[in-house]
Structure formats: C-alpha cells, structure tokens
Design a protein around this ligand. Sequence first.
Ligand SMILES: NC(=O)c1ccc[n+]([C@@H]2O[C@H](COP(=O)([O-])OP(=O)(O)OC[C@H]3O[C@@H](n4cnc5c(N)ncnc54)[C@H](O)[C@@H]3O)[C@@H](O)[C@H]2O)c1
Length: 366
Amino acid sequence: MRCVLITGAAGFIGSHTSLLLLNAGYKLFLLDNFSNSSPISLNRIARLSKLSNNEVKERISIIKGDIRNLSLLERTFLTAKSQGEKITSVIHFAGLKAVGESFEKALDYWETNVGGTLTLLKAMEKNDCRTIVFSSSATVYGQSTQDSLIETDPVSPINPYGATKAAIERMLTNIAGCNSHTTPKQKSPSGWRIACLRYFNPAGAHPSGEIGEDPRNIPNNLFPLINQVGVGRRESLTIFGNDWPTIDGTGIRDYVHVMDIAEGHKAALDMLMLSEPICLILNLGTGKGTSVLELIEIFKLSTGIEIKYKFGPRRMGDSAISLANPKEALKYINWKSKRTLSDICRDGWNWQTSNPKGYDDAYSKD
Ligand SMILES: NC(=O)c1ccc[n+]([C@@H]2O[C@H](COP(=O)([O-])OP(=O)(O)OC[C@H]3O[C@@H](n4cnc5c(N)ncnc54)[C@H](O)[C@@H]3O)[C@@H](O)[C@H]2O)c1
C-alpha cells in the first residue's frame, strides 16, 4: 500500500487532499499541531471516506505535533516501519500563511515555514524518503499587473510570507541538485522527486459541506470572509483598495476550487512516483481572473446572498493582479481545473451554512 505522510493535514487544503488520497487507497500518516485547524476535520475525513472503523484504523494514523520537532518526525517514520510500512512520500502543507501577519511576525514565519521544512527534509533524507509535494504559492511572483504568470517569470516576493515560500523552493531545488528555480521540469541528479505547486487562490469546500475552510483567527483570504459576512458572523467586508489598475479598481485573483487543488496534489504525487527523479515547479490556477466586486456579484447570483462591503486602503504586500498561466501543469501532470466559480460559491456556502461557526459549532455532531 502506498504510504504518505501529510503535514498540515487537518487544515483547509490538507483535509480535502487527505480525503481524496484516502478514497484512492493510500495509507496516511496525518500530522498537524492544530494551530490553525481542528482535529474534528480529521474525524470528518474518516466519516466521509465510508471506510469501516477497522479500515480507518488501518489506513489513518493521526500524529499531533510540530514539523519543527525532528525526533517526532523520526518517530513517525519508525512507527510506519514497525507497522511493516514505509513512508515513501510526503505532502507538505504545514506552515503559516497570512500575508499581513507575516510582516508583524516575520521571524515566526521563517522559523515555521523554512525551519520546519528544513527539519522535515532532514527526517526524510535520514529515512530514505526523497519524494515531496510542497505547497508553494503565487506570492513568490510578487507585484504583477500582467495578464498571467508563467513559472519562468521572475521570483520576487513582496512580503515575508512569499519570501519564505521562495526560500523553500530554493532549498528544494538545491537538494534536488537543480540549477534553476524557474524551470517547470528539471532532472534531479541527486535522486529526489519534488513538486512545488504554486497555488493561486484556493476557495470553496467539499460538496458534502462536511469539510471546508475554518481559520482560527480573522480570515486572511477573501472567500471565507465573504462567507462569514453572508452567514452573519461579521458585519461587513472591507475591500482593500478600489484604486488598483484593474477593470473596477479592485484586486483581481485566480480562484480555484479546493477539490481541484486536491486533485492537483494527487496528479503530482502519482507522476512523481512513476517518473525518474525530477523537480517540478508548477502553477495551480484556472487562468481566469475575477475582481473582488465580480466575486461578490457571482456569490450573490449563486447563493442569493447579498454581501455588505466597504472600501478600505490597500493592504501592504498585496498586488493588483494575480493570475495563473496553468499550461505547464497540464503538460507535466495532466492537471487542469474542472470546477467553476459558481461551484466554488455553492460549495463554500454549503459548508458555511452547515457549519456557521466552523468546526467549533456548538451544534456540531462530532
Ligand atoms: N489557502 C491559500 O490561499 C493558499 C495559497 C497558496 C499556498 N498556500 C499554502 O498551502 C498550505 C496549506 O494552506 P491551507 O490554506 O490549508 O492552510 P491551513 O492553515 O488551513 O493549513 C495549514 C495547517 O498546518 C498546520 N500547522 C501550522 N504550523 C504547523 C507546524 N509548525 N507543525 C505542524 N502543523 C502546523 C495548521 O494547524 C493547519 O492545520 C500552506 O503551506 C499555505 O501557505 C495556501
């Protein structure tokens, strides 16, 4: 059985990807310190998978812990061995991800994101596991006003969060023995199999409404904020800037359904497992841009809910446009997004209305 360690598994993208891999027959070691998530998401993955209790016990091991803890990581690899399994790959989601917060807590971001990844890679190498899919981000590109971003575009992040993602990409291309960090596919002379997936704006939720995005603090991303305003958890939405050089002055982003992103991870992992040692750097986006005001309108058309908003100043570290050219992902891992913005709004709203207070809902059945 293919055995995968997933860090940050309880989080937004980690939970959706874990469910997908569970249903595809993988054995999963799910590691999270729950600093920005709830263990309830992992119970729900087990429930949604429709596996029997015994199968769940056999196929899921949950590890509460931190990626900066080397001995914990080593114990995880050993536990797999003691069960007659070998962790042969890692999907690495764990990390801090709020652009604004990364200015105030830059050291924490470097410690968790870069330091944590370094520790993870040491544990992997020691245990002869050299396959990793890493959550990178469109923020590595920095300021953009162009139509779409391609992997060969310059890496020049404009906030500490993006800088940590760019540094991790460099670390990964270095250990792969590759020269470039802007080439979509390179051979790895050192024998690693690596995919850095640069997500644009993941949004939406699993169509069941059982798992979704539930950040612990004020959401950093637009989509959960819209949902929280819609459900009455927040009074109104503040739009950061209406003077950007875009069609209506608000920022343009490339929203991609979280289930499409989950499928991108499976596609990348399956490709790495079959291929010679390589390092992939790929955009995961739709190639379609949507402004904040357009998203509010599409949300209203999809859900019937009107979102109250006001304009505020631009937010430090943001850019006018962030739009993917996703053609390399199609070429190298045969992935493209399938779901629409209406699907994102419908599924995200279904999650939010089924769980108005997220996983902490007092009426939660878990
Ligand atoms: N959601 C986005 O818009 C987006 C866009 C681009 C890239 N990413 C990246 O994708 C990854 C997953 O994002 P997400 O939206 O699911 O975020 P998330 O916060 O929901 O998930 C991250 C998970 O990592 C866990 N975690 C954090 N620090 C940890 C540590 N030191 N040890 C163990 N676990 C830890 C958190 O508890 C959380 O469950 C992150 O690395 C993020 O930077 C996200």
